[in-house]
Design a protein around this ligand. Structure first.
Ligand code: HEM
Length: 136
């Protein structure tokens, strides 16, 4: 079923339904870390309860960016995830996005194949900005 909402608004409401449940971010990291040993290894020394809170904001910045907010917060993520700082290779974002979609599917009761596509389209410009800052 398609929505009458514009894409960024539809995604915003989907995120509201899904992250209402505090387990959302726990399940996201379980899904994300199950993608590879390389990804799991990056979080061995991480305080995951703090990390879950930080990700809640990070996804919100991506969504707000799509709704027209300035790119300041996204650029800060681009810097922290760059080669010089945390060295998060651009190829890892595909698995990040897949893990996010799997988690949304489990937590948003209104999730659908169409909403999956819309989520990816809405987040991609922000993710691309972060990836493009990798070498800076
Ligand atoms: C667009 C997608 C992503 C978002 C929104 C995001 C968001 C965040 C945020 C908000 C932080 C807290 C520190 C900071 O603000 O820089 C963080 C830290 C981190 N992120 Fe990401 N991230 C993304 C993708 C990734 C990917 C693909 C990886 C690869 C495995 C990754 C690995 C990490 C690591 C290792 C940390 C530091 C954890 C620690 O403090 O020990 N992130 N991320």
């Amino acid at each position: 079923m398609s929505s009458h909402l514009d894409p960024a608004e539809w995604v915003f409401q989907s995120y509201g339904r899904a992250c209402n449940d505090p387990r959302f971010f726990e399940v996201f990291y379980t899904n994300f870390m199950s993608k590879s040993d390389e990804i799991r290894a990056m979080f061995v020394d991480t305080d995951m309860s703090a990390q879950r809170g930080l990700l809640r904001g990070g996804v919100m910045w991506l969504v707000m960016h799509a709704r027209g907010m300035s790119d300041t917060k996204i650029r800060a993520l681009g810097e922290s995830h760059s080669k010089k700082r945390m060295n998060i290779h651009p190829s890892l974002y595909g698995q990040w996005l897949d893990a996010l979609m799997e988690t949304l599917q489990a937590f948003d009761t209104e999730f659908s194949a169409e909403l999956d596509k819309v989520w990816r389209e809405v987040l991609n410009p922000g993710i691309k900005l972060i990836q493009d800052m990798y070498e800076d």
